[in-house]
Write a protein that binds this ligand. Sequence first.
Ligand code: NAP
Length: 298
Amino acid sequence: MKTLNIIGAGRVGSTLAALWRRCGAFAIQHVLNRTGGSAHKAVRFIGGGTGADGWHCLLPADTWLLATPDSEIARAAAELAASGLLRADDVVFHCSGALGSDVLRTALMPGVHAASVHPLKSFADPQAAVRNFTGTFCAAEGDAPALAVLVPVFEAIGARVTIIDRQAKTLYHAASVIVCNYLTALMEAGLQCYEKAGLPRATASAMMEPLVRETVDNVFRLGTVNALTGPIARGDHAVVVQQLEALQAADPRIAEIYRALGVMTTDLAGAQGRTDGTVLARLRQTLTDAQGALRLGK
Ligand SMILES: NC(=O)c1ccc[n+]([C@@H]2O[C@H](COP(=O)([O-])OP(=O)(O)OC[C@H]3O[C@@H](n4cnc5c(N)ncnc54)[C@H](OP(=O)(O)O)[C@@H]3O)[C@@H](O)[C@H]2O)c1
């Protein structure tokens, strides 16, 4: 069985190590955190391995997981390279969504294989994450020998691994930011807009909930093109102009969001094929030209 050392066993490192120990995918060897106390606590959670008080306590391992916060990964990789513990064909990987495997490769010696495997999951509660990890999508990229080791061990704990292009890691993460973080910000913009229309925030939130849930269900059931409804899908130019004018007066920042997403909405409406192309072109023009939008409305 391959050995695993973990540098930075916090929420993600402890969860993965606990799962791998249970299924016997790795022999959990050493855990090194910033503090010895934290490493020993992680070992108790994992149910195996030995907590280390410094690099000098570690033995070599076949595989190294650097699960520190993103800002510490490059430093941990440099310290690992300087430790003299790495051997040719060892595998080193991290779980960041924002960083690629190149952050490791620049620090490590040739012959050591680097990868990143990003689980699309919140590990806020590691106990719960251990229980419900099965089915988690994980985006992996890196050196082929590293992926040959890592894909099977992630699949052994129930991950659904997708290989992504190493060069496209930043775009991949930006997509996750859009669908997760920006969706949250979009909900906030909608709430503020309801509030500007005179609704109490709690009422607005309660009103939004079924609308948002139904829309999200429709997107995954029907796809984005068929899920689209509303004034742009209907080609209703007058309504769009009125709304832009009202938003511009109430909150120009929300008007900006309305314009930017409105342009993408015209693409979806075009793909639906129910609205005339010239109407959509006029809408697009209105949305991209704020002043023009106001003039066209008069
Ligand atoms: N949390 C999530 O939901 C999530 C989801 C997907 C991916 N990720 C990724 O997973 C990685 C780990 O995130 P996390 O949330 O598990 O972090 P975390 O809970 O904050 O744990 C980080 C661990 O790293 C240790 N550490 C910090 N600096 C160190 C250093 N220089 N050397 C050795 N150990 C160090 C900390 O030790 P101490 O306890 O002693 O401070 C702590 O145990 C990150 O790359 C993150 O982007 C996180």
